[in-house]
Ligand binder design. Structure first.
Ligand code: ATP
Length: 421
């Protein structure tokens, strides 16, 4: 099977200043196209390290994709290095030169410098992959090794994510011309309310009976577990049919815990249900500081069902914006069932949505007490006249507490709406 390695280049990736999202995105694209990624490597802008990475990945993969280090500054050495690695010499590429001139004259409207013009120089041993979104062209090299029937290919792309993404269709076309690809398919479902190990016990016989070309993966995240079946084969239709059959069995086995049998996030599922029922939602957030609103509005079209949020962090904001009674806060504490109930009722009264989510908790690292330790969260969800509350005890990590609160609140609401006629 044709496989790939990804090398991401840049000191910023190694010091943690920039998170390497390029390789994750490219791996997904390659996988969808039927090319498994077998290795991902990040290296600094260091000549020897890049060279070594190329040697090493050549021993593992048929396709080596690289991003980064194509810019006009002195720390960008990828182009020079590739020129040397493939025994080429630098020449001006007329199409790239015309494009750089066009970008500076028509788009950036800035005078062009020698440094910018150098972007149009490429090794004479590569094929250019046009970069419509930027000035650094992509480059494709190939090398035939004695023990290999098909030459390996090496593709270098800019590090800027949106430039790299714009070039990916051309990259995949160039790969398809050279290699016969298999088909890779996935089926994913999301479960809630059951831990990973209990799930594993529940489906142990199913898993053991799977043919070797179908793999099952467990992806636990914030008290929910995604199960993914993956298969690869040369016959697309047959493989899809077989995968569907096993996926159906899997769904039946875990039916009491399924949130969705698609690869969508929970906030999109909740959105779909609201849209289907023609209902609206508002939120009242204390400890999550708007995170739930952000999740909901990250789904395109959320305005059709989401009215908005009250981010009420202080006592005063809870009193002024949500009519929470000062005595309730003083007597029961801001993190209490009574306060989230009042927050939910206040939000419903002030926005008049059909459904509501209200949350209040102690996210940490400070602020915990013996009876309300860090990670204590109260959630209220429901509608006018009927609220359901639940207390959660998450962990000590602030970020995880925020995300766990949001996910569990959304899942409580999902179940409530589905049961609400
Ligand atoms: P340019 O020609 O535009 O300078 P380049 O090929 O030289 O592009 P880099 O200078 O390595 O690319 O990176 C440009 C920017 O792209 C970086 O500042 C960083 O924000 C982003 N970037 C680089 N590599 C990655 C990566 N692997 N994942 C996500 N972002 C990245």
């Amino acid at each position: 099977m044709v496989n790939a390695s990804i090398i991401t280049i840049g000191d910023e990736l190694l010091i943690g200043q920039v998170i390497d999202t390029n390789s994750a995105w490219m791996a997904k694209e390659l996988n969808t196209a039927g090319i498994p990624v077998v290795r991902r490597v990040a290296v600094g802008d260091v000549w020897n390290e890049i060279w070594k990475a190329l040697d090493e990945e050549s021993a593992h993969s048929d396709i080596i994709l690289m991003t980064g280090g194509l810019g006009p500054t002195s720390d960008d050495i990828t182009k020079e290095l590739l020129c040397k690695y493939f025994d080429g010499k630098m020449v001006v590429d007329p199409a790239s030169l015309a494009h750089v001139n066009y970008l500076f004259e028509e788009i950036f409207k800035r005078p062009i410098t020698e440094r910018n013009l150098k972007q149009a120089e490429i090794p004479d041993v590569c094929q250019v992959i046009q970069n419509k979104r930027g000035s650094a062209p992509g480059m494709l090299f190939s090398r035939k090794y004695p023990d290999q029937a098909t030459p390996k290919i090496y593709i270098s792309l800019p590090g800027v994510p949106h430039e790299m993404k714009g070039m990916m269709p051309a990259v995949l076309d160039a790969i398809r011309v050279r290699f016969e690809l298999s088909h890779i398919a996935h089926r994913t479902l999301l479960t809630a309310g059951i831990g990973e190990s209990m799930l594993a016990d529940m489906i142990v016989d199913f898993e053991n009976a799977l043919p070797s070309h179908i793999k099952l993966a467990y992806l636990p995240n914030y008290r929910m577990v995604r199960l993914r079946l993956s298969a690869s084969a040369s016959q697309k239709e047959e493989m899809e049919k077989e995968l569907d059959k096993h996926f159906l069995t899997l769904q039946q086995l875990v039916k009491d815990y399924i949130v969705t049998n698609t690869d969508e996030p929970l906030e999109a599922i909740v959105g779909k249900i609201l849209l289907q029922k023609n209902k609206t939602l508002c939120t009242a957030e204390s400890c999550t500081g708007g995170y739930i609103a952000q999740m909901i509005t990250s789904v395109p079209g959320a305005s059709a069902y989401y009215d908005g949020s009250f981010v009420t962090y202080s006592y005063k904001a809870k009193e002024d914006l949500l009519n929470v009674n000062k005595n309730t806060i003083v007597e029961k504490g801001a993190v209490s069932e009574e306060v989230v109930r009042e927050m939910a009722n206040g939000a419903l009264k002030n926005i008049q949505s059909d459904y509501v989510i209200a949350v209040s908790g102690i996210m940490g690292p400070g602020g915990g007490t013996p009876d309300k330790p860090v990670g204590t969260v109260w959630v209220a969800i429901g509608k006018k006249g009927r609220l359901i509350t639940q207390k959660f005890s998450f962990g000590f990590d602030r970020e995880r507490n925020v995300i766990s609160t949001a996910i569990n609140a959304l899942n409580m609401l999902r179940k409530f709406i589905l049961a609400d006629e």
